[in-house]
Design a protein around this ligand. Sequence first.
Ligand SMILES: *Cc1c(COP(=O)(O)O)cnc(C)c1O
Length: 364
Amino acid sequence: MNFNETLKNIKTYEAGKPIELVVREFGIKSEDIVKLASNENPYGVSPKVKEAVANKAGDMYLYPDDSMFELKAALAEKFGITSQNLIIGSGSDQVIEFAVHAKANKNNSILINSVTFAMYEIYAKQVGCQIIRTASQEHDLKEFYELYKKHNPAIIFLCTPNNPTGDALDANAVFSFLEKIDNDTLVVVDGAYMEYAAYKDDAKKIDPKTLIEQFDNVLYLGTFSKAYALGGMRVGYGIAQKHIIDALYKLRPPFNVTTLSLVAARSALEDEAFVKESIEKNFIQMRRYEKFAEKKGLSIIPSYTNFVTLVLKNGQNSTDISENLLKKGIIVRNLSSYNLNAIRITVGTKEQNDRLFEELEQLV
Ligand SMILES: *Cc1c(COP(=O)(O)O)cnc(C)c1O
């Protein structure tokens, strides 16, 4: 059977391996598996969220509140914006999809960093849109601007902090960049790890309210999958001026976020102490990775997130190393598909990191 031409050069997104797969393939007990591959919050779910979801379970025979009134109100309050500035997606992934489908097509292009979140490219290819990439590995806004001038892209994606490298832009630099961009180019600021960056360095903190007050062509993305510890519930959001939100809404399928996910997200917002504590522990544990890299003479990209990218040396192969770790029940992310000889490791709990260092010690 023939399918649309556009599907031909799409590589299927490769998610971090689930625990179940390692149980099946290697016969390792699930409690012995350490999953450090998808940047989830390793400290698990806040007890308050568990309780709220359990209390709501009896409602799952009903369709969700499609207006998402309560979650929107809570997010609007958190950010000092209005509900009209918000769209909620099944993960911020879905909001990326809406944005791409709203602006990109076979006659225009999107501009992305050379190494960045894979979904921008995948969604753009679905609509036959051209992909322009920078050459530099870290976001270089000068280069972004030159490419913008040359190609006049429909969308520019700034992923800050960036996945899978962990580096982040200064908020000031992002604001100055935006000043120079014409208002028909949509600039997406993907802040999936912003809570971590904001904690580590105030200069990296991008406030969505200020952003959308100043610019009518910017869409800020946030997610509950990372610091808010709800990866399994699939909730993310976009913040923008109303005219952008209205356009994205035309692409939204009905009931795109489940009842239990809405409740989980709203109650997660009520337990900011849990989030803050997770972030503090994250950076304490991250120091251990920095020391490990130093000891082994490996370079580590300074990270503003809950993961680190270990760049391997010649003679060390990221595919071999990740496979060897997998056999021991440790799941990390091999970055060979990004043309990097590096592995991305989610910073785990103290015990998880102990296990990882023990095994990695013998491999590098
Ligand atoms: C994890 C991630 C997302 C999307 O996460 P969802 O689970 O779909 O909300 C978006 N952008 C980046 C950079 C990410 O790392």
